[in-house]
Design a protein around this ligand. Structure first.
Ligand SMILES: Cc1cc2nc3c(=O)[nH]c(=O)nc-3n(C[C@H](O)[C@H](O)[C@H](O)COP(=O)(O)OP(=O)(O)OC[C@H]3O[C@@H](n4cnc5c(N)ncnc54)[C@H](O)[C@@H]3O)c2cc1C
Length: 416
């Protein structure tokens, strides 16, 4: 009998959970997942998975969509309307976007549903990776609790400030996370209150609204079965607080948003909603601008550890699912641990250009929605055209062709 290929996944967030599901299907692989937190859990608000992300997930977990509906409370992503919010054209329609057959859900139940499909004894909480070292035949890892283990390979799914990333990039600090140039503040308010402040007209049709303009954009959407409204004000960032947070006050918002927001249909009202909470905080958005490789020997990066992207296209989670799909297929093809390095190289070859493009178009989308794109500004027609360009490529990926490119790449590398 061939001995199993032992793989440690570091990080038990969305990427780690999906990779664990994907690798569980490959008979030769024995996978163990290590999470630094005392338990496997996800905080934070909702997440939307696009049609393509769900297709990739179905490749890993057949009937994943049903599972997410039944166990994670997932609901269809509804329609959204994009409207100008500042300047003389305030109120003009940019475009309407129909729901794209994706699903929206909260993160905690999503992670729980994904982890419910893997055996409990492969999930190890309170295990924070401290260091890793590659040898000729594998990877030695040590945890902060002083314990150590040896694996044939390590997959880093440990998020934006990944320890595994530092190893893969050999400490090249210029490829660490850095500010994208935007921050955002949120408040979740009861629907009655939102209607009273924002006006009834925004709620006549159940859809998300995105108000775009000079210096930022504002969003509001019904959540929690229509009982609550999620409100977001996203602003251009020009100072970059090292702790990635700022206290949000009226002065801060008036300073960053163009004055014309406050004469428009929504600016003043959304600012009131943001300030109507205890200590409103604005969180800076960071990303990985460049990454020279996702793999180094027997160590590979997935999810935000490899390619943190800004949230403006809601695509980071989908990329993690695509990673798991491709990696699972590559690792099903190899017959021994000596082929791991080639599999990780093949993964890097197809995934890096794809993810880098999303990082770049996502950043550009944030700039567009904040009226910062040269020659476009807050012109509704030009914005609509530019949106098509920036968003069109994300769900246009042919998953099967992408998989085949990875497998072909692996065969070439193995033949060398
Ligand atoms: C505001 C916002 C909105 C977003 N909206 C969407 C959306 O609508 N759709 C979408 O697809 N994407 C969205 N994203 C992106 C998406 O949330 C991320 O891409 C995704 O959650 C990344 O998952 P991950 O597992 O790679 O990283 P993380 O979720 O960061 O998980 C990393 C895990 O590793 C653990 N860890 C860290 N260090 C160590 C260590 N040394 N040892 C062991 N464990 C460790 C952490 O505790 C954590 O559990 C959004 C992101 C943001 C910021």
């Amino acid at each position: 009998m061939t001995s199993p290929i032992r793989i440690a996944v570091i990080g038990g967030g969305l990427a780690g959970a999906i990779v664990a599901n994907s690798l569980r299907k490959t008979p030769l692989v024995d996978v163990q997942v290590y999470e630094s937190a005392p338990e496997f859990s996800e905080r934070g608000l909702g997440i939307g998975l696009s049609k393509l992300a769900l297709q990739a997930l179905e490749e890993i977990i057949p009937s994943a969509t049903d599972l997410l509906r039944s166990d994670a409370g997932a609901v269809d992503i509804g329609a959204s309307r994009i409207v100008i919010g500042s300047g003389p054209k305030a109120g003009a329609l940019v475009c309407d976007i129909e729901g794209d057959a994706g699903l929206a859900m909260t993160r905690g139940p999503l992670l729980k549903a994904l982890l419910s499909l893997v055996p409990n004894d492969i999930l190890h909480a309170a295990k924070k990776l401290a260091s890793l070292e590659q040898t000729a035949s594998g990877v030695n890892i040590t945890f902060e609790d002083g314990t150590a283990a040896t694996f044939d390979a390590v997959i880093g799914a440990d998020g934006i400030f990944s320890t595994v990333r530092k190893h893969v990039l050999q400490g090249a600090e210029e490829h660490g996370a850095s500010p994208v140039g935007g921050w955002e503040c949120r408040n979740l308010v009861p629907v009655a209150k939102a209607k009273a402040v924002l006006g009834e007209t925004s709620f006549e049709v159940d859809r998300e609204y995105c108000w775009v303009g000079d210096g930022g954009f504002m969003m509001h959407a019904l959540v929690d079965d229509g009982t609550m409204v999620q409100c977001i004000v996203a602003c251009v960032e020009t100072d970059f607080p090292p702790d990635r947070k700022r206290t949000v006050t009226r002065e801060v918002l008036e300073d960053v948003l163009d004055k014309s927001w406050f004469d428009g249909p929504i600016g003043k009202q959304m600012v009131e909603i943001m300030l109507d909470q205890e200590s409103p905080i604005g969180y800076s958005i960071w990303e990985h601008k460049t990454t020279p490789t996702y793999s180094h020997g027997r160590v590979c990066l997935v999810g935000d550890a490899a390619h943190t992207t800004s949230p403006y296209q809601g695509a980071g989670g989908g990329l993690a699912i695509e990673d798991a799909f491709i990696l699972g297929n590559l690792l099903s093809t190899i017959s021994s641990a000596t082929q791991l390095e080639a599999a990780f190289k093949a993964f890097d070859m197809v995934r890096r250009p794809r993810c880098q493009k999303v990082i770049d178009t996502s950043r550009a989308s944030g700039q567009l929605l904040s009226g910062q794109t040269p020659d476009v500004g807050v012109d509704a027609e030009k914005m609509a055209t530019e949106m098509d360009v920036l968003f069109g490529h994300i769900d246009a990926l042919d998953l099967q062709a992408h998989k085949q490119a990875a497998l072909d790449g692996l065969q070439k590398l193995l033949a060398q």
